[in-house]
Design a protein around this ligand. Structure first.
Ligand SMILES: Cc1cc2nc3c(=O)[nH]c(=O)nc-3n(C[C@H](O)[C@H](O)[C@H](O)COP(=O)(O)OP(=O)(O)OC[C@H]3O[C@@H](n4cnc5c(N)ncnc54)[C@H](O)[C@@H]3O)c2cc1C
Length: 417
């Protein structure tokens, strides 16, 4: 079948590409290929009762399907150039901000109206962070919430479904160069597009590595972010989260000079597990509807590891560490901060005695057997630093889930603009 544009991946990248094409070039014939399910068929079987941990579904509903990894995400849209991407390196900071506001306007049009836009502008918390050697990054944050985010996606799908051909449960095995463009090979089927947009996200990062090699597209990648997800009573972080919702705080550890940062803060949220190519890691989200919120706040503490020559496989490094936690815990591990500091594993009994009740059923264990010392030391130092701006962060019953890994797709060389 011949298309003007074929898009691989129906995450936010693929969806917004399709949306733009329908607006700017409505006559083009566009197809989207997605290896996961349509939105209404996406359901993670973990219910905390019958199924407590990841059962390795053929397609992880948290990571794949219409909406991509974003479908059950917290729907936090950070409007900033200070973190979260490097688009500004290609198009300049002003244009990048304009585009973020443009996306925000689309989300509002498709059901997000009435949600709150938080901002760090003028906050006194910045000074308090600085006084404690912590650095609060500037941002505005739109919080749609997992529930509203889903509604926005439903509406965008309703808008797109008659304008674009969607192929769900359609894994693209490979891309080949065709006479008149590119060919998406899906088993015995072939779909040709004059142009091809690849937007396969984190779950497609290994696939993308292979495709770039096959098509001789130059890439570079040597970064992985590793750490834990912290969960504590919402009251402890409420001063920060009530005003800012999400605070991106960076800390340089005195011991190694490594940068540790907070990431993806979910006030009154839930911790979830996610499956990337068979490896189970943690993440978090929260609802906008107060009836669905929990009593806990969660956020990640991540250390960025950049490797230098000759080592090239940063994602492989992150994977090996995640595999270790899966080996010891059968999935995600959880440990009380007090146990970690005392050098003892958390046991089911110690977890039962914990005043902080976990929102994810994970195996009590010992993160010091999983995370490299340098990374763990950085996380512990950051927890003590955060304790000065949010007293109680370093309490015994603060829960640490491991591991959280952010795999980065390698950067693809571009010849724009
Ligand atoms: C629980 C959770 C909470 C999150 N919370 C937030 C948040 O609040 N704010 C935020 O900014 N980000 C959040 N994120 C991250 C955010 O979801 C991602 O940054 C975003 O989804 C990336 O968009 P993408 O389109 O690049 O890739 P993805 O969303 O990963 O989409 C890629 C799609 O491509 C498909 N695919 C991959 N390979 C193939 C193939 N070979 N053939 C066909 N299809 C393929 C995948 O199935 C997937 O659906 C969260 C993620 C998770 C898991």
């Amino acid at each position: 079948m011949l298309y003007d544009v074929i898009i691989i991946g129906a995450g936010p990248g693929g969806i917004f590409s399709a949306y733009e094409l329908t607006k700017k070039a409505p006559d083009l014939k566009v197809a989207v290929f997605e290896c996961g399910n349509a939105l209404h068929k996406r359901r993670c079987p973990i219910d905390g009762k019958k199924i407590k941990s990841c059962i390795n579904c053929p397609s992880c509903s948290i990571m794949s399907g219409f909406g991509g990894a974003g479908a059950f995400s917290d729907g936090k849209y950070n409007i900033t150039n200070d973190f979260g991407g490097t688009l500004y390196e290609y198009i300049g900071k002003e244009e990048a901000m304009n585009l973020m506001h443009y996306v925000d306007a689309i989300n509002m049009e498709f059901g997000g109206e009435g949600t709150k836009l938080y901002s760090t502008a003028g906050t006194k918390l910045k000074k308090r962070c600085m006084q404690n050697d912590l650095h609060l990054l500037e941002a505005s944050v739109r919080h749609l919430g997992t529930d509203k985010n889903y509604i926005v996606l439903e509406h965008i799908y309703d808008y797109l479904k008659d304008k674009v051909d969607f192929f769900f449960n359609k894994q693209v095995d490979t891309i080949t160069v065709a006479d008149d463009g590119y060919c998406a090979v899906c088993g015995a089927e072939r779909y040709v597009g004059k142009k091809c947009i690849v937007s396969v996200g984190r779950s497609g990062s290994k696939w993308m590595e292979r495709i770039c090699k096959e098509l001789a597209i130059p890439t570079k990648s040597n970064r992985v972010d590793l750490g834990v997800r912290v969960e504590l009573p919402a009251e402890i972080f409420s001063e920060l989260t009530d005003e800012l919702y999400e605070s991106k705080i960076v800390y340089r550890t005195p011991k190694y000079g490594d940068m540790v940062r907070t990431f993806c803060m979910n006030p009154k949220g839930a911790v979830v597990s996610e499956n990337t190519n068979g490896i189970i890691t943690v993440n978090g989200h929260s609802y906008e509807d107060p009836a669905r919120q929990t009593g806990n706040t969660n956020f990640a503490l991540l250390v960025s590891k950049h490797f230098s020559e000759p080592f090239k496989d940063s994602n492989g490094y992150g994977e090996s560490i995640a595999k270790l936690s899966n080996m010891l815990g059968g999935g995600v591990l959880v440990q009380r901060f007090g146990d970690l500091i005392r050098g003892q594993r958390s046991t089911p009994k110690r977890m039962e005695e914990s005043f902080t009740v976990p929102t994810l059923s994970a195996s009590p264990g010992d993160l010091s057997l999983v995370l490299p010392k340098r990374i763990l030391d950085g996380i512990i130092e950051m927890i003590y630093a955060l304790d000065k701006v949010a007293p109680g962060t370093a309490n015994d019953d603060t829960l640490l889930y491991g591991v959280e890994v952010k795999f980065y797709n390698m950067e693809v060389a571009v010849d724009i603009i």
